[in-house]
Design a protein around this ligand. Sequence first.
Ligand SMILES: *Cc1c(COP(=O)(O)O)cnc(C)c1O
Length: 360
Amino acid sequence: MKRAYNFNAGPASLPVAVLEKAKKEMMNYQGSGMAVMELSHRSKEFEEINERTKKLLSKLLSIPDDYEILFLQGGASLQFSMVPMNLLENSTTASYVLTGTWSEKALKEAKKIGNAIEAASTKHNNYKSIPSLTEIDVKEDVAYLHITTNNTIFGTQWHSLPEGMPVPLVADMSSDILSRPLNISSYGLIYAGAQKNLGPSGVTVVIIQKDLLKRSRKDLPSMLNYQVHASSQSLYNTPPTLSVYFLMLVLEWAEALGGVEELERMNKEKAALLYDTIDQSGGFYTGHAEKDSRSLMNVTFTLGSDELTASFLQEAEELGFIGLAGHRSVGGCRASIYNAVPLEHVEKLVKFMSDFRLRN
Ligand SMILES: *Cc1c(COP(=O)(O)O)cnc(C)c1O
């Protein structure tokens, strides 16, 4: 069967090996006579899936013991609210670096909960870049500093992260978690919806320093309280069992490949093919992001006119390329090349980009 050349921004491509394994186990998971989504979430089989998924993530990202891993629902968007609900105390202020649409949304939600301010922003240049670390204004008494490590819509990514901040660093890593090694100890809390780099939609990973759990107030609704989820191993209510299972399969795949170092190497190779094609096109293609802020996950570019863009997208679609239209706030095109997008698909795309340029 022919697979699509899937460059969707999310939900996105999954590894073929993961889909094959899920297919094989579909009717009878490990001799249970049931599909994974038919298992009780209190069964031994599912508890093992839940535990194994946590262990794999811990190992792949070198998560220290003083961090808790939670599998929640509601997407990264619910974390925009849960983070301030749990970490922002009445008399304190949270600080947000604005690098795109998602960080704007995160700040907007935080303002509904308490005091939240901008620490820096690159809105003035249509989010073409990441602010330099010296531009970020962090007061020592803020509750936390929030960043978005990869800006899915604008195609920018933090390449040097604020280390050793005087306050907990909170990061939305929805579109680049597991794409490169991380120094987890630099962060107070990391969150990521799974549907870009980790699996299907439905599960959101939260990695939180155990000390920060103390900030969750008892009068928060239980489902919105990190402490409640942590003390029940993310089994406070019925978890998204199928999504957690797929997350486990994706992590097994990542481990077999060689872990995050190898994934980073592959991601750099794929991104270089696309950025070189853009840079060597003599201005036919223009990258949206400034070079030092370019994302290895979402490559955003424009063509000379709306007509040219429309004909590029139409021809691409006829050849089986999916998801290349840019977000309306940037226009043009975007190729999302998450972990699971094979190198061969990127090679096919750059070949098409070169052919298209020569013909036009
Ligand atoms: C996709 C995305 C979100 C939104 O995720 P949902 O799971 O749809 O809530 C938030 N932040 C970033 C960086 C994203 O890429």
